[in-house]
Each structure stands twice: as C-alpha cells, then as structure tokens.
Design a binder for this molecule. Structure first.
Ligand code: GLN
Length: 281
C-alpha cells in the first residue's frame, strides 16, 4: 500500500515536472532544447509549436446546421453531416477535443477568434471573406443551383430578371441575387436564416425560385421530387465555388496544421469514405 502510494507520488511529481518542462521558455542551446523536447509530453510539445486556438486542447467549431448533407441536426439534436465528421477527424489528427457550436451562417465569420476558433459550414472561399479570415486548402467543389417549381419556365439567367428569388442569408447565393438586382431593380430577394424555409416558401408559391448550393439543392429536390426541379447554375453562368475551413486571420500555424491533417485524411482514404457516407450515398 505504502509502496503504491510512493509510486503514485513519484508519478505525480514526474507529471508536474513534465508540465513545467512543456511550458518553460524556449531553450537557447541545442543540447538543452533536446532535453526539453524529451521531457515534454508529445501533445503538449505539438500544441506549443502550433497555434493559440489549439493551446487549450479544445477546438471550438462554428457551423450552421441547416445545410444538408454538409451539416444538419441529427436524430439526437446534435449537428451531424459531412463537415462535422470531417472536422472531428481533423481534431483527432491534431489531438484536440472538438466542440461544435451551431449558429446563424451570417454570424460565423465575425465569431471566429471570439465565440469560436474556426468555422466549417460548406463555406465558399471568396476574396471578400479572405479579408476577414484565413482559409484552409479547399476540400469540396461546389456551384450554385436554381431550385424551381416543377412547372417553371425559368431556364436561363435572363429569365431570373424581375423574379422573386429566395436564398439563405449571407451566402454566395445571396450575392448572386444581388448581382441580378443590380442588373434589374425589379428583381426581389427574400433571404432566410434556414434554407428549408426558403424551400417551403417556394412550395407555397411565394417565390419563383431559390438559389442555393448544389448538394443541399439535391437533398431538397429528393424530398419533393414531384413539386420541384433543379437547374445547374453553370447553365446560368454562375461560377464554380470551393469550400474551405475558415480560421482566424494570421494564425498560419493553425492553417498549416489543419491543412496537414486534411492532406493525411485524403491520403489515408478517410476523406473519400466520408464523401461516400454523407454525400454520394
Ligand atoms: N457555400 C455558400 C456560402 O459559402 C453557402 C454556405 C451555407 O449556407 N452554409 O456562402
């Protein structure tokens, strides 16, 4: 018993020594640097070398769980979907706990660095967003789609002029509608916090169409196969988009770590498995 206690005490002292070693100031000589690295717990050494966002061992991730198949509320009420699985796998690679915070899409970028560390939300890389955040390497190709009532005659971009168009607030779909309004001021825009509310208004005849990313559009169409049809935005001249993870501006260590984890997940087959599980099923 006494021996066990002594062993435990020794272990406790070693742990606190390791903790001190890990948080001590960087050593100047190469010999003592080696010593510091040997003493430090591996996870701690990695965190010191990385990023403030990871320093507490927890990555607080913002999303907007209204964007299937990338994020939606699962049966238990927690955010689920491709992005959620991807960021959890990235967290595992980085050795940090992942906590998901569900919020409005339009609040994500301004919350980075305060309420949340990073955001993953089928977020398209844009030059404007790049002024506020740094992005990971892109992980998915996208394009805006046009959701139409099954009997709609809309077939080209000109047909959208003067129409009432729905979208999700603060999204690239909304920016496209703004461009259309700039071309023809008679065009009306209705923005919704939840894409599903836009789709409901389309089904109720309050909208002529909804502009939203391809994969969510496909999910909505499969829910209402007889009532709605889809048009590929590429046929309307909409440009290709790419999704990436948004991170605090200037935290290059974090960007590098996340990119390295993403690359590993791609090369070890995890990424493709998640695509198959969540997107192409
Ligand atoms: N890809 C779009 C954007 O970044 C929509 C994202 C979303 O609604 N979650 O604006």
């Amino acid at each position: 018993m006494k021996k066990l206690l002594a062993m435990l005490l020794t272990a406790a002292v070693s742990v606190s020594l390791i903790a001190c070693g890990g948080s001590s100031a960087p050593a100047s000589g190469s010999d003592s640097k080696e010593e510091t690295q040997e003493e430090a717990a591996p996870a701690e050494a990695a965190q010191d070398a990385v990023s403030e966002a990871l320093a507490d061992g927890k990555l607080v991730v913002g999303t907007n769980a209204e964007f299937p198949p990338f994020e939606y509320l699962g049966d238990n009420g927690d955010p689920d979907g491709f992005d959620m699985a991807l960021i959890k796998a990235i967290g595992e690679k980085l050795g940090v706990e992942v906590e998901i915070q569900n919020m409005e899409f339009g609040s994500l970028i301004t919350s980075i660095g305060s309420k949340i560390d990073i955001a993953i939300a089928g977020m398209t890389v844009t030059d404007e967003r790049k002024n506020a955040v740094d992005f990971s390497d892109p992980y998915y190709d996208a394009v805006q789609y046009v959701i139409l009532p099954a009997d709609s005659a809309i077939a080209a971009k000109e047909d959208l002029l003067g129409k009432t168009i729905g979208c999700q607030l603060g999204t690239t779909g909304e920016y496209l509608i703004d461009d259309i309004i700039a071309e023809d001021g008679a065009t009306q825009k209705k923005s919704y916090n939840k894409a599903v509310d836009a789709v409901n208004d389309l089904l109720n005849g309050r909208l002529d169409c909804v502009i939203i990313d391809r994969n969510p559009a496909m999910v909505f169409q499969s829910n209402y196969p007889d009532q709605i049809k889809l048009s590929d935005g590429a046929d309307f001249g909409f440009e290709a988009e790419q999704y990436a993870i948004a991170m605090p501006k200037g935290d290059t260590a974090l960007v590098e770590q996340v990119n390295a984890a993403l690359a590993e997940l791609k090369s070890d087959g995890t990424f493709d498995k998640l695509v198959e599980q969540y997107i192409e099923n």
